[in-house]
Design a protein around this ligand. Structure first.
Ligand SMILES: NC(=O)c1ccc[n+]([C@@H]2O[C@H](COP(=O)([O-])OP(=O)(O)OC[C@H]3O[C@@H](n4cnc5c(N)ncnc54)[C@H](O)[C@@H]3O)[C@@H](O)[C@H]2O)c1
Length: 378
């Protein structure tokens, strides 16, 4: 099959992962990169041997079928809409928009034009998470009843080179990290129907300690700790914490509790990990992840962890789905449901009431067993 030509808008921190992932793939080729900052696009162009162009030039290029939107959250919906209006499929970094209403307008425009929208995260397609999905579907923990999703650090101003956007509208730990947890929860349990939460701003300002902006002060505009409860259509209820106000803790990222046992779900920010289940109150037993693709560690993090990083798999699934005329998994519909849930966490706290979730959503199809990109052929 001829490779699908991609364009990338947004040549910042995360673009490396996508450019590296694309370079390993048989399915796609990055033809051009663009950025508001011409020098950023040129630097990435030179590093990866691709053309640096303007956004307008990219959108006018008839070879480019899919554009990856790796800009900052406030720009996600406007840039994706521009791509859709140019008649190209778009795959956005998360969240799909900084507001649910923006994402809804984007999806309506895409549907009217027959254009596909895809959205990160795609970590739920990793081996650790697909093994959990298979185990839940096989009834290993029985009927899911409850669970706990927990993310807490002391924020991004200690490592990101330009962290301001994380503390403005479209940022915050809920919209930044919540998508990983809620997407995997929907993958495992199905759609959310009701949300309640309490949100707080831990500090009114943040002092950047990373280079090159060390010492600069950021005014915080979004909640930095949110404690919520998600009620699912299947009857399960799961507590969720996302916080950038915690220096240290000893909580696990993710557990589910069912009528017949418990499940330890790996960190949904990564593709791999070691999921485990119990049969009732028996010992923890590892699930076999080796039969699933996208789980072998292939990157070392700054803190020295050896992790599986296959960011791009959602795009590859979308490229294969375009070729095979089937639905793709990391879809705009899924991301819009997740965004409504995340926005509802904040609204619930402001309005002091439960919020009902209205966006419909189906669980994405599980990935077949196998290795590498051939799993997209089935
Ligand atoms: N950095 C990470 O580790 C990471 C991980 C996962 C997801 N993400 C997500 O990826 C997105 C980008 O994050 P990042 O860390 O790369 O940010 P960044 O600030 O490093 O890069 C964003 C780039 O987008 C460009 N840009 C902004 N608005 C634009 C527009 N309208 N048109 C063209 N270019 C525009 C900026 O000039 C910048 O070069 C965010 O949504 C973030 O949540 C980041």
């Amino acid at each position: 099959m001829a490779r699908i030509d991609l364009g990338i808008i947004g040549c910042g921190n995360i673009s490396h992962s996508y450019l590296k992932g694309a370079a390993r793939s048989e399915l796609v080729r990055v033809k051009a990169v663009a950025d508001l900052r011409t020098e950023a696009a040129q630097a990435k162009g030179v590093e990866y041997g691709v053309q640096a162009v303007s956004v307008d030039q990219m959108l006018a290029d008839p070879d480019i079928q899919v554009v990856l939107n790796l800009t900052i959250p406030l720009a996600h919906a406007p840039v994706s809409l521009q791509v859709v209006e140019a008649g190209k499929h778009v795959y956005s970094e998360k969240p799909l928009g900084s507001r649910h209403a923006e994402a809804e307008a984007l999806m309506l425009a895409a549907t009217a034009k027959g254009i596909r929208v895809g959205c990160a995260p795609d970590t739920f397609l990793g081996a650790g998470h697909q093994a959990c999905r298979r185990a839940v579907d096989a009834g290993r923990i029985g009927r899911p009843i409850a669970g706990s999703a927990f993310f807490a650090t002391h924020g991004v101003e200690h490592w990101h080179p330009n962290p301001e956007f994380f503390f403005k509208r479209g940022g915050g730990p809920v919209l930044d990290m919540g998508p990983y947890y809620v997407t995997q929860l929907v993958n495992l349990l199905g759609p959310v129907v009701r949300v309640a939460a309490q949100a707080t701003i831990g500090s009114a300002t943040r002092t950047v300690s990373s280079e090159p902006l060390k010492g600069s002060i950021i005014q915080v505009e979004v909640p930095t700790t949110v404690n919520g409860v998600l009620s699912f259509a299947n009857g399960a209820s799961v507590t969720i914490t996302t916080s950038w106000d915690v220096w240290r803790h000893r909580r696990v990222p993710f557990e589910l509790y069912g009528s017949e046992g418990s499940m330890l779900v790996p960190d949904p920010n990564f593709f791999g990990g070691e999921p485990m289940v119990t049969s009732r109150d028996g010992d923890w037993t590892p699930l076999n992840t080796s039969v699933h693709p996208f789980g072998k560690p292939n990157r070392r993090t700054q803190s020295g962890l050896h992790v599986a990083d296959y960011r791009m798999v959602g795009v590859l699934d979308m490229a294969a789905a375009i070729r095979d005329h089937r639905r793709h998994r990391a879809s705009g519909e899924l991301a819009m449901h997740v965004l409504e849930v995340l926005e509802a966490l904040e609204r619930s706290s402001i309005e002091g009431r439960h919020i009902m979730i209205e966006t419909p959503c189906e669980r994405p199809e599980p990935l077949p067993l196998g290795e590498g990109e051939e799993v997209f052929a089935s």
